[in-house]
Design a binder for this molecule. Structure first.
Ligand SMILES: Nc1ncnc2c1ncn2[C@@H]1O[C@H](COP(=O)(O)OP(=O)(O)OP(=O)(O)O)[C@@H](O)[C@H]1O
Ligand SMILES: Nc1nc2c(ncn2[C@@H]2O[C@H](COP(=O)(O)O)[C@@H](O)[C@H]2O)c(=O)[nH]1
Length: 195
């Protein structure tokens, strides 16, 4: 990484599954013109998911190859699938464009914070248990997967105090507006520091 890339931000959207992290993140990303760094996943795409937009969907063999080569700066297993972020993807996106964003579970958010320090801003997106469960059911996610995600709800919620900011997500437009305002302050400050 170079000094220029160091000043750009890595925005991590985290929180419980089903809180709306992806929906909020993509809308904020489009509003502020931030690039998305996709994770690599070995699971099959769900209906509506697109390779290269939601994840890089890859085979277990290719994942293993990347992993052995030390390409992932963090890598987790959930429900027999593997997920990871390649450090080179983050560094390249930072060098080519402006600030970037990712959507990770709290474990991944913590690992990125430990590696990139102040460059990482963690945004915790949340809603109550019943709401996130209903959203996942309405999105058509397999009931067994919903159950396993709900089993992690309290653990995920416990991560909120560690994050730089937290936003409840009920009224989507309101959530996106609040987050965009918050991030604009960071981005302006970085621009001023560069002058
Ligand atoms: N504010 C909101 N009001 C109503 N529905 C919402 C809101 N935000 C997101 N949703 C819907 O909730 C569902 C889950 O959202 P999303 O996939 O963005 O969540 P997530 O936190 O990334 O969870 P997962 O990892 O399980 O996909 C989607 O169907 C999305 O359209
Ligand atoms: N720590 C990481 N968490 C990740 C990564 N990619 C996705 N995720 C999170 O995993 C769960 C399950 O995702 P799903 O799409 O199968 O529902 C969810 O919390 C994702 O945000 C990653 O590279 N590292």
């Amino acid at each position: 990484m170079n000094a220029e890339s160091d000043r750009k931000l890595i925005i991590v959207f985290t929180g419980p599954d089903g809180s709306g992290r992806k929906t909020v993140a993509d809308s904020v990303g489009a509003t502020l013109g931030m690039g998305k760094v996709l994770s690599y996943a070995t699971r099959k795409p769900r209906p509506g998911e697109v390779n290269g937009q939601d994840y890089h969907f890859i085979t277990s063999e290719l994942y293993e190859q990347f992993d052995r080569a030390g390409e992932f700066i963090e890598s987790i297993s959930i429900n027999e699938s593997r997920y990871g972020v390649r450090g080179s993807d983050i560094d390249q996106s930072l060098q080519l464009g402006g600030s970037v964003y990712l959507i990770l579970n709290p474990e991944g958010a913590q690992l990125l914070k430990e590696q990139y320090g102040d460059q990482v801003v963690r945004l915790f997106i949340y809603a109550d248990r019943r709401t996130v469960q209903e959203r996942q059911q309405e999105a058509g996610i397999d009931p067994a997967i919903v159950q396993s995600k709900m089993d992690q709800y309290e653990t995920a919620i416990a991560y909120q105090p560690k994050c730089e900011h937290a936003f409840e997500n009920y009224d989507l437009a309101h959530t996106v507006f609040d987050i965009s305002n918050t991030l604009e302050h960071y981005l302006q400050r970085n621009l001023v520091e560069r002058d």
